[in-house]
Design a protein. Sequence first.
Length: 571
Amino acid sequence: MAIDKSKLPSRYVSVGPESAPHRSYYYAMGMTEEEIAQPFIGVATCWNEAAPCNISLSRQAQAVKIGVKAAKGTPREFTTITVTDGIAMGHAGMKSSLASRDLITDSVELTMRGHCYDGLVTLAGCDKTLPGMMMAMVRLNVPAVFMYGGSILPGRYKGRDLTVQDVFEAVGQHSAGAIDDAELHAIECVACPSAGSCGGQFTANTMACVSEVMGLALPGSAGAPAPYESRDAYAEASGRAVMNLLEKNIRPRDIVTKAALINAARIVAASGGSTNAALHLPAIAHECGIDFDLFDVADIFRDTPYIADLKPGGRYVAMDMYKIGGVPVLMRALLDGGYLDGDCMTVTGKTLGENLEGVTVPGDQDVIYSTAKPITPTGGVVGLKGNLAPEGAIVKVAGMEKQQFTGPALIFDCEEDAFAAVKNREYSEGDVFVIRYEGPKGGPGMREMLSTTAALYGQGVGDTVALITDGRFSGATRGFCIGHVGPEAAEGGPIALLENGDIISIDAEAGTIDVALSDDELAERRKKWTPRQHDYQSGALWKYAQTVGPAFKGAVTHPGARAETHIYADI
C-alpha cells in the first residue's frame, strides 16, 4: 500500500518543482523515481571499529534495509559515534562515555531533521548507544523501531564462562599476587571470543531488555547473540515493522508512556540489571515530557522481586537466557506475577500482553524464577537517600548477602587516586572509599568505576569494603558500591564536605545512606568549602559540563519535551 507523502517530513525534499535540486542528489546516489516517491526511513547505527559491541551493526543494517524496501519504503543508512566503556574504562577516556549518550541523540536528531526522513530504525551495541538511540526516537517522534545488536558469546577458561568483568577482576588478582602474568594473559585472550556487547546483565543487556518491555523493539529481538545470523531476520522484520507503524501512524510517544516506563524499571530490578538504568530511564522520560526520576525508579525497584539469575550478581549470561526463550520469558514471568502492565502499545501494533500470548516460562531451567518463588523478594537494584545523598543514590544488591555497612571514610578526589590506593593496598578492611568530583558536572562526565571495584574483588575484599561516589558504576560492578550520590561534589553536595574518618552508614534494606555528622557540622564545613575547577575548560566536555543536569533527573542536557513548541514529526 502506497503511503501519501503530503504530510510527511520528506515532502520538503522530494515532492514538487521546488524539490528538483534535492532530487538531483538522490539521482546522484542511484535512486529511482519510485524510490524518491516513497517514504524515507533513516537507518541509524553506531557501527565502528572501536569495539566488538558495534562491529556487527553494519551487517544487521543491511537486513533492516531489505525489510524497509520490501514494505515499499526507501531506507537511508547513516552512522553516529560511540564511546565503548570496556576500552574507555579506568582512565580519562571514561569522561567521554555518558556525554556520548546525549551526543548520539543530538546527532541522530540533526541528521533526521537535516534530511527530512519520515521514520527511523536504530541499531545499537554498547552501553550508551542504546539509551542514546531510544532518546532520539522519542524526541523526534516519527514512527520508529529499535534493535539491539546482540550480546557477545561467553568466553571459556578452566571450565567456566567468562565475561570482560572477569578480566577486570583478574587485574586485581594479579596485583594481589594471586595469579601470574601468564594466567592474566590467558584470561584476556579468551574472555571475549566474538562480536557483541558484554554478556552479563550489564548496561547493554539491561537496556536491551528495556527496549523489548517498553515496546520499542520487536519481541525476541534482543536475545540472539551478535554473531548469530538469525539476528538478520529480526533486522529485516524491524524494517517491515517501521513501515507498518508509518501506515498506522503509531509513534514512539504512543508507546513510551508512564506505564511503559514502570514496566521498564520492573525488568531492570527483576534481572538485577545495571544501576545506569536509573540514569537512562529518567532521560528517556524527559524526552517525552514525563516526570520519572531516580526516586520513582527506586520506588519500583523496592517492590519488584529479583527473579533472573544473571551475572554479575548471579550465575548466567545473556546467551543462557536466550536459550530458554529470551526476554519474552522474563516478561512472561513478570506479567504472570502481576508486575507488568500488559495493555501498553508496542511496535508490533499490538499490546505487550498480546505479544506474550503463547509464551510460557519453561520449568526445566533455573535462569528465570517465578515471582512467587524469587531469588530475593526485593529487586536487584535499590535506591538510597539520607543526609549524605539528599538527591539520592543507587546500589545494585543482586547477589549480596550483607546489605548494611558502616565504616570510616577514605577520601579520594578522583578515581585514579583510589585505584592507586587499591593497587598498593593502602586501605583497611571496613573502609568506605569515597570517590568524589566525578559527577556529571564535576568530572565532567560521571565516570564509571569498574577498574577500582573489580580490583577490590580481585584482591578478595569486595565484601569487606564499601565504595561511594558521585560518579557511577559499570553494569558489571558488584559489591557494596553506591553511585549517583547527589548533589555531586562540584555542586557543594554533602559528599564534598566529608573528611577522612567520618563514619558513613549504608542500609540497602532501609534505603538509607548517612554520615554521622549533625546538620550544624555540615553547615560549618560548607562555609569553608570552595568550588574546584576541572581540567576541561574548552571543547566537548566543557560544553557538556555547562548544560548537564543532576543525576537523579537523568543527567540530561536540554529542557526536554515540556519546553517544546513543535515536534519534528509534525513539521
